[in-house]
Design a protein around this ligand. Structure first.
Ligand code: ADP
Ligand code: MG
Ligand code: MG
Length: 252
């Protein structure tokens, strides 16, 4: 069971000129087993929403709430959020020089489960997850994200998703910079996750392309820090045809 409720979330970022309000009251509920797509123009606050839910220190929550199965997420540390079952695949994954993929994954899994995974099955699980994403077993010896291609970064994020098995996955532009083969492999990974019982997905994207492979239950148009429109998968088709203009100009 998993439900993520975002209620009237207001968020500011600290800038040199003082706080800048970015999210202006975001409300959405990802019900048990649902996939929601958030689509919106650059700068509309999509990544801010993802980071705020995940607990990035750069963002100040000025109002509203985020609940995971009724528990207040905003009260939790970043680690506690991960242990509670939240996962964030970042738009720009960070490099961790000197830390191998194998060590990184094992440390993350241990932190989330509260105990180290059993070595024999773990190595097999890691190799399976990497193989599912078309990554070679030797990939696990590379430093996290160091010198990874755009596609390798995104495949690695989805391999993490498979291994860490959260309740709710927030995927921020997991499709950006992927060629068609990588897009398919990554989408298949997300669909495997979705096929499990009660998993929630918040799929943030700029383009409708990935939604041909991952069909959302709901689509939200995100403009200027707010949800401007919500609908079913057909809303993505409407956006594909007409773009965001209608929603952007409605704000002028
Ligand atoms: P999106 O992911 O939809 O492209 P972002 O959440 O990255 O949007 O950014 C939303 C807005 O917040 C943008 O106008 C961006 O310039 C601004 N913003 C984000 N982080 C900062 C920051 N550290 N300093 C100043 N402005 C920021
Ligand atoms: Mg962007
Ligand atoms: Mg973004």
């Amino acid at each position: 069971m998993s439900t993520l409720e975002v209620k009237d979330l207001q968020v500011s970022v600290r800038t040199e000129d003082g706080p800048k309000e970015i999210l202006k009251g975001v409300t959405l509920t990802i019900g048990d087993g649902e996939t929601h797509a958030i689509m919106g123009p650059n700068g509309s606050g999509k990544s801010t929403l993802a980071y705020s839910i995940a607990g990035h220190p750069k963002y100040d929550i000025t109002g509203g709430s985020v609940l995971l199965d009724g528990e207040d997420v905003l009260d939790m540390s970043v680690d506690e959020r991960a242990r509670a079952g939240l996962f964030l695949a970042m738009q720009y994954p960070v490099e961790v020089p000197g830390v191998s993929v194998a060590n990184f994954l094992r440390t993350a899994k241990t932190a989330i489960d509260g105990e180290a995974p059993k070595l024999r099955t773990w190595v097999k699980d890691v190799n399976t997850a990497l193989g599912n994403l078309d990554l070679d077993p030797t990939f696990s010896q590379r430093s996290v994200n160091e010198g990874f291609s755009g596609g390798e970064k995104k495949r690695h994020e989805i391999a993490q998703l498979e291994l860490l098995d959260p309740k709710v996955a927030i995927l921020d532009e997991t499709d950006s910079g992927l060629d068609i083969d990588a897009l398919k492999v990554v989408s298949e990974g997300v669909n495997r996750f979705r096929a499990k019982d009660g998993k929630g997905v918040l799929l943030i994207t700029h383009y409708t392309r990935i939604l041909r492979y991952i069909q959302p239950d709901f689509v939200h148009v995100f403009v200027a820090g707010r949800v401007a429109e919500s609908g079913g998968a057909e809303l993505a088709e409407e956006l594909e045809a007409n773009g965001y203009d209608k929603y952007v100009s409605a704000l002028r």
